[in-house]
Design a binder for this molecule. Sequence first.
Ligand code: ATP
Ligand code: MG
Length: 329
Amino acid sequence: MSESPTANQTVVTDQNQGTPLQLFRNKMHRELGKTVIGQHHIIDAMVAALLVSGHILLEGPPGTAKTLLGNAFAKAIGGTFKRIQFSPDLLPSDVTGTITFRGNELAFRPGPIFANIVLADEINRTPPKTQSSLLEVMQEGQITVDGTTHVLEKPFLVIATQNPIEFEGTYSLPEAQLDRFLIKAVLTYPLPNEEFAVLKQPKEGLKTTSINDINPVVTFEEIFSLQKLIEQVTVTDEVVNYIVSLVNGTRNLPSVSLGASTRSAVHLMQVSKAFAAMSGRTYVTPDDIINIAPAVLSHRLVLTPEAELDRFDSVKAINAVIQSTPIPK
Ligand SMILES: Nc1ncnc2c1ncn2[C@@H]1O[C@H](COP(=O)(O)OP(=O)(O)OP(=O)(O)O)[C@@H](O)[C@H]1O
Ligand SMILES: [Mg+2]
């Protein structure tokens, strides 16, 4: 579980008490819980990403509710949902859209990226050109085709998945691309009692029917005002310095050949604000940073070949930096 640090953060049990952000988090857990059993840390990561307009990389074995989570999340925020299966022959225009004839006129036909929640399934199965077209849209929130800019509707959340088991026939995402993901959340198999609950759910053949019970729990306007509340969360200079020290620490480890970027420091601060607010606080503590640092930083580090051979991994590297960096009082 060391790769899923957010798993430790428990869901507030009193569903009706708390700040607007706590209430929103609880509502999302309750609504998604109608169809998704467990995986609370993934739901938290998705909520945090939505609140700071970031995007998520989901890593996990097949059949562990990645698609179900994306679908259910979109329904719970009342947004549109599209799933793009990334394959070796997928073209950038299959993601972003194409110019086609409509009657006698040329018109832009938007691709599947035009949705509030986009599940980019198995992004490491597509060549770099298509990967980078996705990553570009993720960052810009708009597409320029033939001189015309098409802006994507907000909220906009990309959930990209990659399967950690298969490497054959895959195109690893370059570090610069990985750096654009706010969080990497790692899905693990459910506990036996959770798997029991999955089997007890209503089904129509193999299909989970409880997805139909999911209703929107917020409006977009409410989401935008929750996003504004995150901006009001304060971070003291000591805590900002702590982030700087941690990020710097990853750059100076002998086992690491590429440390965390400045962008990652920005991401770490923003995600910490979201988690602080989701726990009902208006300020970030060093513990917020410690809890979330592995999920925010681990996918950005590149280890030396020697360290890889020693089975050292990026989460261990981040934990080593946390151990050796003084925590502000
Ligand atoms: N945590 C869970 N809660 C409820 N149902 C689950 C859970 N995990 C798996 N399932 C069941 O497994 C089915 C498959 O899940 P889903 O299609 O979302 O997997 P996936 O992770 O997207 O798989 P793949 O990587 O193969 O695309 C769901 O429809 C559901 O019946
Ligand atoms: Mg799937």
